[in-house]
Structure formats: C-alpha cells, structure tokens
Design a protein around this ligand. Structure first.
Ligand code: ATP
Ligand code: MG
Length: 360
C-alpha cells in the first residue's frame, strides 16, 4: 500500500543469534540484485529489536514500535530466541507480537531439494520434492487459550484449548486452494486429524469440501496427519501444496525441511493476504547460538526468504533470477557445513553475488 511504483521499503530485523548474520548477507545479495536489474528499488530500514533489548528494557518492542513497522511494505526477519530467555517469552514477545496484530494468518513454507545437494531420502533427487506447506497462523492449537489450576497440587490440571472459527478456517482454506491453483500441478492435500479430534478437525473437513467447489480445476485429497508423515517420506512426489493447522503444519514443515537436506535452506512467509498490513518473511531455522559469530551459518534459507518476499511484492522475475544464482552456487558445491560443504557465510554470499552477474 505504501509503495511508489516499483519502490519498496523493507524493514529488516535480524534479532538474535545468527539472525543478523543471515539477514545482512541477504541485504547484500538484494542490493546487488537491484543494481543489476534496475527495474525496481529497495529501501532498507533496520530495527534492532532482540532478546538483548528485552533483557535491558523488559520489552522486545518499544512503545510505538508497531506503528513504525507498519509503514513498511514487508519485513525481513532473522530469528528470535536466546539461551537465557524462556522460548515462550521470546516467541510471544517478538514474533507472534508482530504476526498477530498484522493479521498474518497464512504461513507459507516452500520446500525443495536444491541442485547439487542430497536428501536423506536415498533415491530422491532435485525435482522429486517440491512442496508448499500452508500453515494456519492465527488460531488453532496456538491460540493461547486455556490455563492452569491447582498449581503444584497432585490434582493440578492444565488446558490448552484449540480454537477454530469458521471465518479462520474458510480464509486459510481459500488461500490454500488459490495457492494450489497457481502452481503447475494444481494439487492440494488437506491435512487434519478428524478421526480423533471431532470438533475443530471435522469443521476443517467440511469447510474444505465447501471451498473446493469454488476451485473445480484443483485436484484435492484429505490426509490424517499421522499417515501424512509416512507419505511425505515414502511418496514425496505425490504431494504438491499442503494445508494444515498451526500445530500440524509446524511439525510437518520441520519434517519437510529435514527431508530437503537441511534446516539451513528453508524459508517461510507470514502473510496478510488482504495486504492491509506488511507481511513478514523469515528463515524457518532458529537463532542457532551454537554457531553464532563463527561465520558458518548457511544464508541460503534467508536468500530464498528474500526471494519469496520479492515475489510477494510483485518482483517475480528478479526473485527467479536470485534463486537461479543461489542454485547455481549450490550446484557448484559452494555450500556451508550443514549441506556437506566447507564454505562460510561470506563465501556463499559472495558467490551468489558473482553468479548474479552471470544470470543478468
Ligand atoms: P529455535 O527454538 O529458535 O527454533 P533451535 O535451537 O530449536 O532454536 P535452531 O536454532 O534452528 O533450532 O538450531 C537447530 C540446529 O540447526 C543447530 O545445531 C543449528 O546450529 C543448526 N542450524 C540452524 N540454522 C542453521 C543455518 N542457517 N546454518 C547452519 N546450521 C543451522
Ligand atoms: Mg526450534
């Protein structure tokens, strides 16, 4: 909404651990891309919100922070989480504190096997695994509803209530069918657990059947989440676009990332499909404090993340060129340790910039 023609303002927020390292690498690549492409512009503003800010001020987001963030067209996020802050505090303090008010109800996670890299699925090759997982990102099992009573007593109980509204299920289902329709295979798998969870999950099944009528060209099927994990391993080629609840898709997408070869290549987008608020783009990996500051973090997940962001902003051609360059680099074996190589973050980043010159 704020973009002049082909000029986009991007908020960058590396946050914790390796987050700033991979976000900086991606900004370097995007600057090169803009320079070579010439048909669009990007303006970056960095936000230094992190677990360090939280430890100093008691807040992840300063007063008025969300208003400042909202002025941007998109947010490129690194990772949040620190060893000395409980995960539920950091997650709700920063990531979900942006996702929720900005109504980023669709979480999209593409997965594929890059050329030159190998998957633990012994026979799988590049092209055998090319999925988009769509995760409901606003309600379900992570709605934050529930509570604890009789704390510390032997009869203590805790309830974790999953919320599924018809409005929420319809909008994610419609988004999933639209996403499937845009891909060549037009294939959607709706994942539930409606045999055991007989309220919310049955609503999912019903809404899926209703929305499917609006998309006669999309071929779709239903899977129970447990059987789905087997199918992802045993028959990856039979899947294309996948939609599941907040919890189920969280789990399936980690499986997907591992099957693709490394968590260091997988991106995700938190989208507000109404485009009233900026959407947020991030690698799926965490802050990885074990490798922070060593210069070995794989920046590929964040490169792919940046490409997804550019596609969302309408610069699909430039995004494709960026991915061509990234994959040419993996194909030449210039990869970080998690993908079996020995290159560092900087080597991979520089190689992608050089490769971009060839692509243009
Ligand atoms: P979080 O709770 O934030 O998800 P986590 O500890 O569960 O954090 P990660 O931080 O993603 O998960 O780290 C999991 C493992 O994967 C670690 O050993 C980490 O070093 C490795 N890892 C994560 N991201 C990358 C990356 N970009 N490049 C290389 N290795 C990575
Ligand atoms: Mg984790």
């Amino acid at each position: 909404p704020h973009a002049l023609q082909n000029k986009y303002s991007i908020a960058t927020m590396g946050a914790d651990g390796i987050g700033p390292e991979v976000v900086d690498a991606s900004v370097q690549v995007m600057k090169k891309l803009v320079e070579l492409d010439g048909s669009f512009e990007l303006a970056f503003e960095n936000f230094d919100w992190s677990s360090d800010t939280y430890k100093k001020t008691g807040k992840y987001i300063p007063d008025g922070g969300l208003d400042a963030l909202k002025k941007h067209d998109a947010i490129l996020f690194g990772a949040v989480g620190a060893p000395d802050v409980p995960d539920h505090i950091s997650l709700w303090g920063l990531r979900l504190a942006i996702c929720q008010p900005f109504q980023q109800y669709a979480n999209v996670r593409p997965t594929k096997i890059f050329r030159g890299t190998s998957s633990p699925l012994r026979k799988a090759e590049h092209g055998d695994l090319d999925w988009v997982i769509i995760r409901e990102n606003s309600e379900g099992e992570y709605a934050g509803q529930g509570g604890r009573s009789h704390r510390g007593q032997p009869w203590e109980t805790a309830t974790e209530v999953a919320i599924f509204s018809r409005h929420g299920v319809e909008r994610i289902m419609r988004f999933a069918f639209e996403s499937a329709q845009k891909r060549p295979r037009k294939l959607l798998t709706v994942v539930t657990k409606s045999n055991a969870q007989r309220n919310g999950m049955v609503l999912w099944d019903e809404v899926a059947a209703e929305v499917a009528k609006e998309f006669p060209d999309v071929k779709w099927d239903k899977m129970l989440v447990d059987a789905m994990t087997c199918r992802m391993v045993l028959d990856p080629k039979s899947l294309d676009t996948i939609v599941a609840t907040n919890l189920h898709a969280d789990i399936l997408s980690d499986l997907a990332a591992a099957l693709a070869g490394s968590i260091g290549i997988a991106p995700t987008s938190n989208l507000d499909p109404t485009r009233q608020n900026p959407s947020m783009f991030e690698p799926i990996h965490g802050s990885a404090f074990d490798i922070t500051g060593k210069g070995v973090a794989n920046p590929v997940a964040t490169f792919w993340t940046a490409a997804e962001m550019l596609t969302w902003l309408g610069e699909e051609e430039a995004a494709k060129k960026m991915m061509e360059a990234v994959e040419a680099v993996t194909e030449r074996g210039i990869t970080t340790r998690d993908l079996g190589g020995s290159a560092g973050t900087k080597e991979v980043t520089d190689a992608v910039c050089q490769e971009l010159e060839k692509v243009y």
